[in-house]
Structures are given as C-alpha cells and as structure tokens.
Write a protein that binds this ligand. Structure first.
Ligand code: MTE
Length: 282
C-alpha cells in the first residue's frame, strides 16, 4: 500500500498545509489587473448535479448539509503494482509531509460559457500515481465520485443520468504536471460544494472534466465512459480541451462570462495553457 499513510492522523492535522506556497510556473499567465474571482462566487455558484442543478443552491444545507466528507474512504487501484485504500485525509497528510502541496492560481472555464480565476491548493496527480506504480498496460485513468442518493437529492431525483459521476484522462494527460488533485481553494480546505475532500482540476479542459469528491481512481487499459459523454456524446466528448474554434452544438465557445464581474472576455485555446500542453495533441 501507500508508504506511511497510516502514520499520519489526517483530518484537522492537515490544516497546517494551508495556505500553501504559490507555484507561479503552474499558474495562469494573467493580464495585469486581472482580479481573482470573489470567493463567495467560486464557493456559491457551483455545478454539483448530485445535489441540485441550481448552482446558487448547491451550498445550502438543504441540499449539501447531509454530505459528510471526513472521514473519507477512497481507493486507488486497477492496473498498478501497489493499489491503496484508506482515508483521503491520510493521503493529503502524506502529500503534505512530502512537501507536495502547493497553490496554483488559474483560470477555470466551464463548458457553459462562464469562467473564474481561483487559487487552488493541492498536488500533482503524477505524484500520487507514482506511489501506486502504474503497470505498462495502464493507458487511461478513471475517476469516480461518491454516490449516495440518501444524501444527494439531485442524484436521487435525476434518474435519467448514469450515476455515479465518472471522468477519465489519457495516461499522458493524467501525469502532466498541470493535472491537479485539489484539496483546497482560497488557502483553505475545499468546502463540500467545491468537491471536498479531494477533486480533480484539469485546467486546460472544460470544467466537467474536473470531477469532485472522488472515491476511486482506477488505472485502466481502455478509454473509460464518462458521465457527460454517456448523457450527450456530441456535446461533451471525452477529450474536451478548451477551444474557442470548436463550437458546442448549441452555443459558441469564443467568449466567456467572468463570474462575479459579468464582463465577457475572449476564450483562449487550452484555456491559456497551450505552451505546456499543445504537444500532447500533435
Ligand atoms: N463533479 C461531480 N461529481 N458532479 C458535477 O456535477 N460538475 C462539473 C465539475 N465536477 C460536477 C463535477 C462541472 S460542469 C464544473 S464547471 C465544475 O465541477 C464546477 O466546479 P466548481 O463548483 O468548484 O466551480
């Protein structure tokens, strides 16, 4: 299993890792004067369909109040030499102890056409995957969100969707240093509405790839089916890189509404991370 994980208490002991030191190299290059998204917008206007499709309501106790994120059982398994299962808070503690937790201030672009600039805290997925030693046959990574209709009114009501929420990445995307396992936002642990205790952030892809409240990370040989791809494959394909030149079937993607300020700005290819990721798509 994961080396030393059980030696760390996790939970509240991890507060010492916040706020984390900023990694400028893996942050967005922002035009001078760009403002951070007001915290109340980033934590109050959320997509988390398990609870409700009404973004302003997700955080309210009526929807998310019964969702408990500490303790948090999760597993990392599939095609790897050292599968692990345990508490996500121990995993976060392990990464903190190893000095891997950092802050990245990045643009985040939802497929719906709104965007924000937020300080994420977390560690590279690559550092986590190293611990479980993927086998050569592992070509993709599949991620799964918790599923419990008793505490998820949205999932309980919307039976047309294929729950649990699942996402996937190619292995080369998964081990890219920009691919973040986020554990915090605005210098504090994630609030539940943002995907506590552990979520993905893939900053050059549309927001739906950034799956929340992960219970399983699985190394697989074949491209996994994803939640939104199953629902509408032409609208939400597996790759889903931010690209103003590729129209969504029902709307243009060439600009985005800046959350909290309401102005529109041009959308950038790969969400501004072209220098780092364009080579993946040659
Ligand atoms: N993960 C789960 N499990 N369920 C969801 O509905 N929505 C996605 C993504 N991850 C979603 C999810 C979408 S569409 C977006 S834009 C982001 O979460 C929103 O993240 P935020 O609320 O932290 O801004």
């Amino acid at each position: 299993g994961l080396i030393g994980a059980s030696a760390f208490a996790g939970g509240k002991d991890n507060l010492k890792y916040y706020p984390a030191k900023k990694n400028a190299a893996l942050s967005s290059k922002l035009p001078p004067g760009t403002k951070l998204t007001p915290q109340e917008w980033a934590t109050g206007y959320n997509n988390f369909y398990e609870f409700t499709t009404r973004k302003e309501y997700v955080r309210h106790p009526f929807f998310i109040g019964k969702f408990k994120t500490d303790p948090w059982r999760m597993r990392i398994d599939g095609l790897c030499k050292k599968p692990w299962q345990g508490d996500a808070h121990d995993l976060i503690g392990t990464m903190g102890k190893r000095g891997k937790i950092e802050e990245r201030v990045q643009r985040f672009r939802c497929v719906e056409g709104w965007s924000m600039v937020v300080p994420w805290t977390g560690f590279s997925l690559a550092d986590l995957l190293k611990l479980v030693e993927p086998k050569a046959e592992a070509k993709f990574v599949r991620f799964t969100t918790a599923f419990n209709p008793k505490v998820m009114p949205g999932a309980a009501a919307m039976k047309q969707y294929t729950w649990p929420y699942q996402e996937g990445l190619r292995m080369d995307e998964a081990i890219h240093p920009l691919t973040l396992v986020a554990t915090g936002i605005y210098g504090k642990p994630l609030p539940n509405q943002n995907g506590a205790p552990i979520r993905l952030v893939v900053p050059w892809k549309y927001g739906y790839k950034s799956i929340k409240s992960i219970v399983r990370i699985e190394l697989v040989a074949k491209q996994p089916k994803t939640f939104w791809e199953i629902a509408a494959p032409k609208e939400y394909p597996f790759e889903s890189n931010v690209d103003p030149a590729v129209r969504h079937p029902r709307w243009t993607q060439d600009t985005e509404r800046v959350l909290g300020f309401n102005n529109r700005i041009p959308t950038l290819k790969y969400n501004g991370f072209g220098k780092q990721v364009a080579a993946l798509y040659k």
